[in-house]
Design a protein around this ligand. Structure first.
Ligand SMILES: *Cc1c(COP(=O)(O)O)cnc(C)c1O
Length: 393
């Protein structure tokens, strides 16, 4: 039976080289880095080394890198921590309608606490309008949180321009770069980024480890209180093996970035071209270099995303109907609604995300199994029957 994994945006496998570096930290090198003996110094050194690798990948300083329990924690910390620290300056936050739920639900929570949040619209390819951003900033604005690249439709925002606007207006800029790091170039200095979130398990590192980059000089309150770890900003005994794994993963990802981007864009474009040959199929998100290299997201009209997933699963293809968080629920994706798709079309979406182990043959296999699935499902669909009878309205 074929086994084709096309859900890299949900999570990746851990690279063998990454796992190998992690292993000793579970068994021999297990010392608590806060203690005063040799095996502790070993783990403390390992953390410092990993921090250095992450700083190098982001073009930041080592002491601007803080380890967290993953991408969601980094997003929560950035937004809640800034909201709380800058409460006296203002109570307004700007974000977008297409953020990951780790950002959206955090903003909704803050609205209940009395903050005001502006959710910027996006165009039909998922881009924000820079003038909308400029116009939304007021004297009360303390934070702009806009994702680097979208996890569903792959849209890469003009991050450098956003950073420049925020800098000019004296507003802090946070970006959720969980999908961007390791897939496209990221440079916090050049792009004027004040805070940035990333996660291990989207870049061939382990789950449950992430980073919040906090530019020096940015005031932020703690999310997790307790011991003095992470320079007293994030309490809790360090996830040493995770930290070591994340350092190795980001090092590998950035070393081979050009090659990886090239390979992924070719596979992506081949898959998109093939899928668009199916009648009544639309691409969600942009084409070209403003789209994440491994991301494909299409809508097949007249059918349900969930039924496509079931049929694909039967053929050995692991895919998603949007974000992992929305599969299983009957609500259409907030991202697809934000780019202007009607509910009916947003329900028929399929996300295929590729990565390190994806081959040309995998793409060809998917292009072989998808068309008959769509045809069969359409033949069972009352929407399709209506369309055939009456013609398009
Ligand atoms: C996966 C993801 C997250 C959440 O990261 P976790 O490590 O799973 O908590 C946040 N933002 C984006 C864009 C993601 O893709």
């Amino acid at each position: 039976m074929k086994n084709v994994y096309m859900d890299y945006a949900a999570t990746t496998f851990v690279k063998p080289e990454v796992l190998e570096e992690m292993m000793p930290y579970f068994t021999e090198k297990f010392g608590n880095p806060s203690s005063f003996y040799e095996i502790s110094r070993i783990t403390k050194r390992a953390i410092d080394e990993s921090r250095g690798k992450i700083a190098k990948a982001l073009n930041s300083e080592s002491d601007e890198v803080y380890f967290t329990g993953g991408g969601s924690e980094a997003d929560n910390w950035a937004i809640k921590g800034i909201a709380s620290a800058y409460k006296n300056k203002g109570n307004h936050i700007i974000t977008t309608k297409i953020e990951h739920h780790a950002v959206l639900h955090t903003c909704e929570y803050l609205e209940k606490q009395g903050y005001k949040v502006t959710y910027l619209d996006v165009d039909k390819e998922g881009f924000i309008n820079l003038d909308d951003l400029r116009n939304a900033i007021t004297d009360e604005t303390i934070l702009v949180s806009i994702m680097f690249a979208n996890n569903e439709i792959g849209t890469i925002q003009p991050v450098k321009e956003i950073g420049a606007i925020c800098k000019e207006r004296g507003v802090l800029f946070h970006t959720d770069a969980v999908q961007a790091v390791g897939n496209v170039p990221v440079d916090v200095k050049d792009m004027n980024i004040d805070l940035l979130s990333l996660a291990g398990h989207k870049i061939y590192g382990p789950k449950g480890i992430g980073v919040l980059y906090i530019r020096k000089g940015v005031r932020i309150h703690n999310l997790i209180h307790g011991g003095g770890q992470e320079r007293a900003r994030r309490a809790g005994t360090e996830n040493i093996a995770g930290i070591v794994g994340l350092g190795k993963a980001i090092e590998l990802a950035t070393e081979n970035l050009d090659e990886h981007m090239n390979k992924m864009s070719k596979l992506r474009d081949k898959l998109i071209d093939g899928l668009l040959k199916i009648p009544h199929t639309n691409l969600n998100g942009p084409r070209g270099d403003k789209r994440l290299p491994g991301n494909v997201n299409v809508c097949f009209r007249f059918i349900e995303g969930e039924s496509i997933l079931l049929s694909l699963d039967f053929e050995g293809v692991s895919a998603s109907s949007g974000s992992a968080c929305t599969s299983g629920s009957l609500d259409p994706s907030h991202v697809l609604l934000a780019i202007g798709l009607p509910h009916e079309r947003a329900h028929g979406s399929l996300r295929l995300t590729m990565g390190d182990r994806t081959t040309d043959e995998d793409v060809e296999y998917v292009l072989e199994v998808v068309p008959p699935i769509i045809e069969r499902l359409r033949n069972m669909s009352p929407l399709w029957e209506d369309y055939i009878k009456k013609g398009e309205k």
